[in-house]
Design a protein around this ligand. Structure first.
Ligand SMILES: *Cc1c(COP(=O)(O)O)cnc(C)c1O
Length: 422
């Protein structure tokens, strides 16, 4: 990542032999060709691969790859919602929510997987694998099936959101539930891959992060290249945070944006190793045992720590933590707007509100929060919140289900006496 050692693009390697750090994809950008106009011309294109919200920016993602090798659903082209109601609730003038749950399999992981499976095809590998809290598996399973490559996914032993498990099974991946948590599975998948010659598609894979950079690029394009003050993102394994830092750094170097927004990474209190490190000046990571209702970020030993620190330094970024209570309340508010997201995504709104209350984000500033996953990924968490059955969580914004006999009288009674949802 920063020792300067380089490897050819067709070599399968995840960790630098010199410094032990993760690798970056280094581009030799064709600066003369790259422009806002080029990307704007491709908006609304029906042409493959440019109709994808990842490959529209091919010159920034993987310039040299032949178009016929690209594995694309296509992904991206997700909505950027302007929400005055949620802005007011969080205490800022302008809040946008970029909904990455609107990708083909319902999470931002698809933007990474199109990069990862494309590279798998370039390399000619037969099998790809990942450890996952759920969404990476769902995405890998779908993209591997689409590419005709065998997908193998390692699930943890507890708390897998139902929507994600169902997807991986249905898309035909070899699904292995390992009796261990995510962090142990992450090490295991790397061991297994090295020994059995399987290509790893976790976010240790730098081609995934190249695809995820486009969350930022597409957001900026949707904002007509006007840079917001803040970008707020949930942090688990910190792949997304790392990709965001790289995207912003490159866009700035290429002159596509004239200043950098500040990055705010938000973790769950029960899975907060980056937050703890931030409190101590970002001088190293101490893994934690992770527990949170936001299963997508239930990660105690994030592999992309060093790259995330780099992203924070590039963007004068900050790290915040929020409780499960704050996450579920923020989720209920996002859901009630008709937008909806899975628990981890709600860190963006909960974290924004917290940073405003601390005076770090100022009231007049413009914030883009990233919603990382779809509301249907984790129906159990939603139903339990609204029925008030989550342990240690108060359902302040619950919308209780009514039971009725099939009669006009019973229905009228409910409609006349219920508390209208505000
Ligand atoms: C993977 C995931 C995250 C965490 O992203 P990292 O890149 O691991 O930090 C957050 N939310 C959802 C819904 C995810 O699927």
């Amino acid at each position: 990542m920063d020792c300067g050692q380089q490897y050819p693009v067709d070599r399968i390697i995840y960790v630098c032999e010199t410094c032990g750090g993760l690798l970056d994809v280094c581009h030799d950008f064709d600066a003369a060709r790259i422009s806002r106009e080029l990307f704007d011309q491709r908006l609304g294109s029906l042409q493959t691969p440019y109709r994808s919200g990842v490959w529209r920016y091919k010159e920034l993602v993987y310039p040299a790859v032949p178009d016929d090798q690209i594995v694309s659903r296509p992904e991206g082209n997700t909505n950027l919602y302007h929400s005055p109601t949620l802005a007011k609730w969080a205490g800022v003038k302008t809040l946008y929510l970029k909904h990455e749950g609107e990708n083909p399999t319902g999470s931002f992981k698809d933007r990474g997987m199109t990069g990862g499976l494309t590279q798998a095809r370039v390399l000619g590998v037969q099998r790809v694998a990942c450890a996952s809290t759920g969404n990476t598996s769902a995405s890998l399973a779908a993209y591997a099936a689409f590419a005709g490559i065998e997908g193998i996914v390692f699930f943890q032993n507890r708390q897998i959101a139902l929507g994600k498990l169902a997807q991986a099974v249905a898309y035909g991946a070899t699904c292995i539930q390992v009796n261990a948590d995510f962090d142990r599975n992450m090490t295991l998948v790397r061991e297994v891959a090295d020994t059995l010659g399987i290509y790893v598609l976790n976010s240790v894979n730098p081609f995934r992060l190249e695809g995820q950079k486009t969350i930022i690029i597409e957001t900026l394009q949707q904002l007509r290249w006007q840079v917001p003050d803040w970008i707020v993102v949930p942090g688990g394994n910190l792949g997304n945070s790392s990709a965001f830092g790289k995207a912003l750094h490159e866009l700035h170097e290429l002159g596509l944006i004239d200043r950098l927004p500040r990055l705010a990474i938000v973790q769950a209190e029960g899975a907060n190793p980056l937050y703890r490190s931030y409190e101590h000046g970002l001088n190293g990571l101490e893994p934690v045992h992770a527990e949170t209702i936001a299963t997508a970020i239930k990660i105690g030993n994030p592999v992309n720590y060093a790259k995330a620190v780099r992203a924070l330094r590039w963007t004068d970024g900050v790290v915040e933590q929020v409780s499960d209570q704050e996450i579920m309340d923020a989720k209920a508010l996002i859901d009630r707007q008709g937008i909806g997201c899975e628990p981890a995504s709600a860190c963006s709104l909960a974290g924004t509100a917290k940073l405003v209350s601390k005076g770090i984000i100022r009231q007049g500033e413009t914030v883009v929060g990233i919603l990382t996953g779809h509301i249907l990924k984790d129906p159990e968490a939603t139903i339990q919140y609204h029925s008030g059955t989550l342990a240690d969580i108060e359902s302040a914004y619950s919308n209780a289900l009514h039971q009725a006999e099939p009669s006009l009288e019973a229905i009228s009674q409910i409609l006349e006496t219920r508390q209208a949802v505000s």
